[in-house]
Design a protein around this ligand. Structure first.
Ligand code: URA
Length: 198
């Protein structure tokens, strides 16, 4: 068993455009025994500045909903498809996603979570390797093989979607509620305890 330090990418120059646009590599955050792993697209300006995923407005939306469903932020793992900020917040390219995929797969393999939750179209399509109508498919549980191991993947809209379109709030909330339910399944008491009465 390696340490969490092995999951940290400290040096990488595979993506020339991202090496130029990043100020640092933004690694995943959260405990190694997390039952739920959230996978976003890539760091934005706030994440690039702070060196942690989902610390801007999207992060506030995510944290608020995590609390509502009884999954505290410090008990879940949060990571991204690419670890360096794309210029002007453009989507990562296919090559950039491919360059970073090994780091993500190693992280998911090590964490061995109950469920992987993909936040938005980019991570959903990246891990499922198909096109995804994310609003329509949000809340759907899929089987996916990662590094040869079958995993459960829950499709979710990106938290930022709720900021642009209020009608997505419920879609987002329902998907996170399902993630919390899935995290409870197979809980042997060593994992997450949900906060009731919230
Ligand atoms: N959006 C993402 O997809 N990831 C982050 O880390 C922040 C915002």
């Amino acid at each position: 068993m390696g340490s969490m330090e092995d999951l940290r990418v400290t040096e990488c120059t595979r993506c020339p455009a991202l090496v130029d646009s990043r100020s640092q590599i933004v690694n995943g955050t959260g405990p190694e025994d997390a039952d739920v792993v959230f996978v976003g697209e890539g760091p934005g300006a706030n994440e690039d500045a702070e060196g942690e995923p989902f610390v801007g407005r999207s992060g506030t939306v995510l944290d608020d909903q995590l609390r509502i469903v009884g999954l505290e932020r410090d008990r879940v793992r949060i990571t991204n498809c690419v670890r360096c900020r794309p210029p002007e917040n453009r989507d990562p390219t296919k090559d950039e996603l491919a360059n970073c995929r090994g780091y993500l797969e190693a992280e998911l393999d090590r964490l061995d979570p109950e469920v992987i939750v993909t936040l938005g179209k980019v991570p959903s399509e990246h891990l499922l390797e198909r096109s995804v109508a994310v609003t329509k498919e949000a809340g759907t549980l899929e089987d996916v093989r990662i590094e040869g191991t079958p995993r459960r993947l829950l499709i979710c809209v990106h938290p930022a979607a709720t900021l642009y379109d209020r009608s997505q709030e419920e879609t987002f909330a329902d998907a996170l509620e399902r993630a919390a339910d899935l995290a409870d399944v197979g809980d042997d008491g060593s994992g997450q305890t949900r906060l009731d009465g919230f």
